[in-house]
Design a protein around this ligand. Structure first.
Ligand code: 9MR
Length: 747
């Protein structure tokens, strides 16, 4: 639409006069329009469209007829290229848009016009017939003259018409300062404290001296009171804090609040039932992550979807997947397994640690003094296999295991017995994208020693756990595990490349001594074979101090071996020393949580929160929980339980990192199919989904635009674009399931 020049000039003149009387500051004159012809007065040039879109002028706006039946947003686009962006500079991106019929979504993107088509900013509003004005501020993470502004309107079954006006990308605007809404300054576990367990909270306050607190029940009556303990400046958040211990109160109930310093906490329960629910929800998560099978809506209302990657167009796999060029000359059927995270990739190292942690959740129920294997029995997870007389957790873990077995290089091929590191798309895809709609070519990536040892470890563990239910499968798993072990010994330094990160994550790792130790431990525990005992006893990892501040994860797997050697019965010489080493590790995590005013067993070096910190905190809790299982000493149980308080709301952001748990919780995790934030027709992640959590390195542009300079716990944002702080992943949820199951058992 034509701007009213005269009025504008007058305002500018007035402003100019006013400004000249003021000291120099960031003046509006620094703001420079980067788009050409955003007003569509006489032409739509230089805007372009994809070939399937017809666009023209209509009432001084650009109107575009969007065809129905395309798969992706970017399949029907109106855009402008050759936009200049300057790294570190802030831009105000604004436009008017309407859609008819109403309710269609447009994905508005500022990104790169050439491969790899990086996105620097995107938003996906739902358009109304009357139209709205949309305006956003972001900071460019790059310097480029090949920027693109695009309005992507595809992905709808039906045709519709989109009209756009006053499109603008104004450079040089002041950056937006992001202030998270952290609610009341009293930070509690927003879900539940155990009646007989520890009950701690944290208060953010300027007060130096102790303050009185009150615990109120749902009726508002004070049921306990006491004084805070001033803790000074908390390193993990930069805040001045006090801690509160109300563990003396032990009665169950709902809707308690903690009142202190004029603030009322978010409500919480005292009871165990929430953990019974969380134990199952965190495990039910795996069904909706499954590849290669249609997800039944009757089992997961709102989450039903077509099978992903079963060779039905536009999918290209995964029944007949070739290697990357030059890597191999066979194809494999690698259907099944779970999607790793928010992407459609499937990675053996991460599938391995996730499967181990699920199997260990089950194995602990068989072995530990507070374990009850019946809690995970057949019929507990509402999956297609429920009713087959096999514990549901084993059915679910088998979905992952069968995929890992398929990734093994077949007999007769060079590298037979090794496992391919990963299989994923040739190029990264955008969001949202249902698994069944992914059009990319799928490729097997080179085998790696670590992937092979993940297969050996988990298949060996499976061989002992599935034996009572399916002897043939147990035998097949053990054969594959032994074969993988031999292959890994013969190719002990085949590491995945750190450069192989296009279309999927790298999961690169240049140390396999921990994976060798873990695989040998599992093979020994299942077979009792001397060769595996000897390997374990001779490994430097066996006596190394492995319980460091970051704990264990997909790349640091020694703890998986050590914890199992400490808890699964065997005749290993020196087993008592192994058990003691776990307790010593737990002592260290106990000391850490005592020194932390927010009470989590996590204090990363230099306060650099790692990628997936939520699950690292939970895994440190697993070490504490295992020390409790070994010793029966309540201090370890109480430490393990406190890690859960942090995850469920006792933290600087005052939010629970588990979807559907706690009044303020993560629910916009990065995922191509739980992409409700981008497409209102898609669901949020299911209840019981863990967010990666604070990550100081904020690798994604969205987090970079909001969280620059963040301190530890503040390096997190619940937005679907923030893949480095807010993704969901199978290894992370396994840590949640493992701890939820432990806490649920502490009655
Ligand atoms: O969790 C992984 C983290 O430890 C790595 O540093 C990072 C880079 O390799 O990758 C993370 O895993 C992602 C994987 O590469 C691809 N799928 C999503 C995973 C979670 O973000």
């Amino acid at each position: 639409m034509k701007r009213r020049r005269t009025v504008l000039l007058t305002v500018t003149a007035l402003l100019g006069a006013a400004l000249s009387a003021l000291p120099a500051g960031p003046a509006a004159a620094d703001e420079v329009e980067q788009l050409k012809n955003g007003t569509f007065d006489t032409t739509t040039e230089p805007w372009w469209t994809t070939a399937n879109v017809t666009a023209g002028l209509s009432d001084g706006q650009l109107c575009a007829d969007i065809p129905g039946g395309t798969a992706n947003r970017w399949d029907a686009t109106v855009g402008q290229n050759d936009v200049t962006l300057v790294k570190g500079k802030s831009y105000k991106f604004s436009f008017k848009a309407s859609g008819s019929p109403g309710g269609h979504v447009v994905r508005a993107v500022v990104g790169l016009q050439v491969a790899p088509y990086d996105t620097y900013f995107e938003v996906s509003p739902q358009l109304s017939v009357s139209g709205d004005t949309y305006a956003y501020t972001f900071t460019s993470p790059v310097d480029t003259t090949q920027g693109q502004v695009a309005l992507q309107a595809g992905g709808s079954a039906d045709a519709w018409r989109m009209c756009v006006d006053d499109a603008s990308l104004l450079g040089g605007v002041p950056p937006e300062v992001y202030e998270p809404d952290t609610g009341p300054r009293v930070r509690v576990n927003q879900v539940a404290y155990l009646p007989s367990g520890p009950k701690n909270a944290t208060l953010v306050t300027d007060a130096g001296a102790k303050l009185p607190w009150r615990l109120k029940n749902a009726g508002g009556r004070t049921v306990a009171h006491g004084w805070t303990v001033p803790r000074g400046t908390d390193v993990s958040s930069g805040q001045n804090v006090h801690s509160i211990d109300f563990g003396g109160y032990r009665k169950a109930g709902k809707g308690f609040t903690l009142v202190v310093d004029g603030e009322t906490s978010r409500p919480f329960d005292i009871g165990t039932s929430a953990y019974e629910r969380l134990r199952l929800d965190s495990l039910k998560y795996y069904y909706t992550q499954r590849s290669g099978i249609a997800i039944r809506d009757d089992l997961r209302p709102g989450y039903g979807r077509a099978a992903g990657h079963v060779d039905v167009a536009p999918n290209q796999g995964d029944a007949n997947v070739p290697c990357q060029p030059g890597v191999c000359d066979y194809t494999l059927d690698v259907t099944g397994g779970w999607y790793d995270a928010g992407d459609h990739g499937k990675y053996v190292v991460n599938g391995g640690i996730a499967t181990w942690e699920l199997l260990s959740t089950y194995e602990r129920e068989l072995l530990a003094r507070t374990g009850e294997s019946g809690t995970l029995r057949d019929g507990t997870l509402a999956i297609p296999e429920s009713g087959n007389k096999v514990p549901d957790i084993l059915d679910e873990a088998r979905w992952g295991l069968e995929f890992l077995l398929k990734m093994q290089v077949p007999d007769g091929q060079p590298l037979a017995g090794m496992a391919h590191h990963k299989i994923h798309d040739e190029q990264w895809t955008g969001l949202p994208l249902l698994p069944s709609e992914d059009p990319q070519k799928r490729e097997l990536h080179p085998p790696s020693t670590q992937a092979t040892l993940n297969l050996a470890a988990t298949a060996a563990q499976a061989a002992r756990l599935y034996r009572p239910y399916d002897r043939a499968f147990a035998a097949r798993a053990l054969t594959a595990a032994r074969k993988a072990w031999s292959a890994a010994l013969a190719h002990s330094t085949m590491y995945a490349s750190a450069a192989d990160g296009i279309g999927g994550g790298t999961y690169d790792d240049t140390n396999a001594t921990d994976e060798f130790y873990w695989a040998a431990a599992e093979l020994y525990l299942t077979t009792g074979d001397k060769q595996f005992a000897d390997f374990v006893l001779n490994s430097p990892v066996h006596t190394a101090d492995i319980f460091g501040p970051l704990g264990f994860d997909w790349g640091r797997t020694a703890a998986a071996g050590r914890l199992d050697l400490a808890t699964v019965p065997s005749r290993l010489p020196g087993r008592d020393t192994v058990r003691r080493s776990v307790v010593e590790g737990a002592d260290r995590y106990l000391a850490t949580l005592k020194s932390q005013p927010y009470g989590m067993p996590y204090a990363p070096p230099d306060n650099i929160y790692d990628w997936g910190s939520s699950h690292q905190i939970l895994n440190n809790g697993v070490v504490l929980a295992t020390a409790y299982d070994i010793t029966g000493s309540a201090k370890y149980r109480d430490g393990a339980v406190q890690g859960m308080d942090y995850i469920l709301g006792r933290n600087a952001l005052n939010m629970s990192y588990v979807t559907g748990y706690g009044e303020a919780n993560s629910h916009n995790q990065h995922s191509r199919w739980y992409a409700h934030e981008l497409d209102p027709n898609l669901p949020n992640p299911p209840h019981g989904t863990l967010a990666g959590g604070p990550n100081s390195s904020i690798q994604d542009p969205y987090a970079q635009s909001k969280l620059q300079g963040c301190v530890g716990q503040f390096c997190y944002i619940d937005d679907i674009q923030s893949w480095s702080t807010n993704e969901t992943a199978i290894n992370w949820n396994a840590a949640l399931a493992r701890m939820a199951s432990f806490v649920a058992d502490q009655r």
